[in-house]
Design a protein around this ligand. Structure first.
Ligand code: XIL
Length: 317
């Protein structure tokens, strides 16, 4: 069958990609599959471009891990999604342990975003500038940024990113936008407000961390069209489909079908630019550690063997 990235590109999409993480890059069989650009045309660093990795102390920047993944992408002809610039999680203590004034925190965000985006200027197709700003009930998440600056932290970060790399696509990335309800409504409102204010925003990342059997193609497609009708791109940025363990053969068939359905929706939405799996193999999936009792969420198993889900993706492309 046609490898995933080539199949996605033949269908008019920009890429089919995968997250990866630096410790995995010593695993030669893993990297051999990852490096195949017919299979994966895009990489996202799972951790090494996050704030705690990049600026562990104020004004002390460490790009080593991020640079390694950019070099791998460049060496194998892949594009990069930068992930991420401003997020409540994986923040170093120096950011959260001080009661900053609004002016101080504005400057901290600007320095972080400007320095990171400038370091990678010209090398990143799209940045997740803002990660997970909303609660499931549609309100803004209470975190150091929102509590200090209100929602203005979003435009502060987006404007700084645009100034540092005018050619990078600027995204807000979020989970649970796959279902109808207050969260997607709030994201549509946020994009509409940002557009009205002239704030640079190019895309919305739909993380797509699914639970087996919970895919609604109609809700997903309607939500994506509600976003793209505002003039932004969308992408599936962190796709996986987790199974309550132990996974049965029937579960793996359901997972295959879920992957087909999800990928098909990106194919049907013109401004869905591509699909990224949140690592391609169960060997390095984040699911078992974050959702105890769940696993086997990826299209390759932990022995790097393709699962039915792989054929499910091919069928959807
Ligand atoms: C996860 C990584 O995969 C893990 O290795 C890490 O321990 C926690 O973060 N949403 C996101 C990603 O936007 O950054 C998260 O990545 C998964 C959920």
């Amino acid at each position: 069958t046609v490898p995933l990235n080539y199949a996605a590109q033949a269908a008019g999409k920009l890429y089919f990609g995968s997250a990866t993480d630096n410790p995995e890059l010593t695993d030669v069989p893993y990297v051999t599959i990852l490096n195949d650009t017919a299979m994966f045309g895009q990489l996202t660093p799972g951790n090494s471009m996050k704030w705690d990795a990049i600026e562990p102390e104020q004004n002390v920047f460490n790009f080593t891990g991020g640079d390694q993944i950019v070099a791998l992408a460049e060496g194998t002809g892949k594009i990069m999604r930068g992930h991420n610039l401003v997020w409540y999680s994986q923040l170093p203590a120096w950011v959260t342990a001080t009661a900053w004034t609004a002016d101080e925190l504005t400057s901290i965000i600007q320095t972080h975003v400007t320095t990171e985006v400038s370091h990678y200027v010209g090398k990143i197709y799209a940045w997740d500038v803002i990660n997970e700003p909303l609660n499931d009930n549609g309100t803004f998440r209470s975190d150091i940024f929102y509590d200090t600056l209100g929602s203005s932290y979003i435009s502060i970060a987006l404007r700084a990113a645009r100034a540092a790399d005018p050619n990078a696509k600027l995204y807000i990335n979020e989970y649970n936008l796959e279902y109808s309800g207050p969260k997607i409504d709030a994201m549509v409102q946020l994009v509409s407000d940002l557009k009205a204010e002239g704030v640079p925003i190019d895309g919305i990342g739909i993380e797509s961390h699914y639970i087996l059997g919970e895919v609604s193609a109609s809700e997903l497609k309607a939500n994506m069209l509600n976003l793209t009708s505002l003039g932004v791109d969308v992408a599936f940025t962190e796709l996986d489909v987790r199974i309550e363990l132990p996974a049965t053969d029937a579960d793996l068939e359901q997972q295959k079908s879920d992957y087909t359905t999800i990928v098909s929706v990106c194919m049907e939405v013109a401004d869905c630019v591509g699909v990224t799996v949140w690592d391609y193999t169960d060997k390095y999936s984040w699911i078992p550690a974050s959702f105890p009792g769940y696993g086997e969420a990826c299209p390759w198993d932990e022995n790097l063997v393709k699962k039915p889900a792989y054929d499910g993706i091919v069928a959807g492309l």
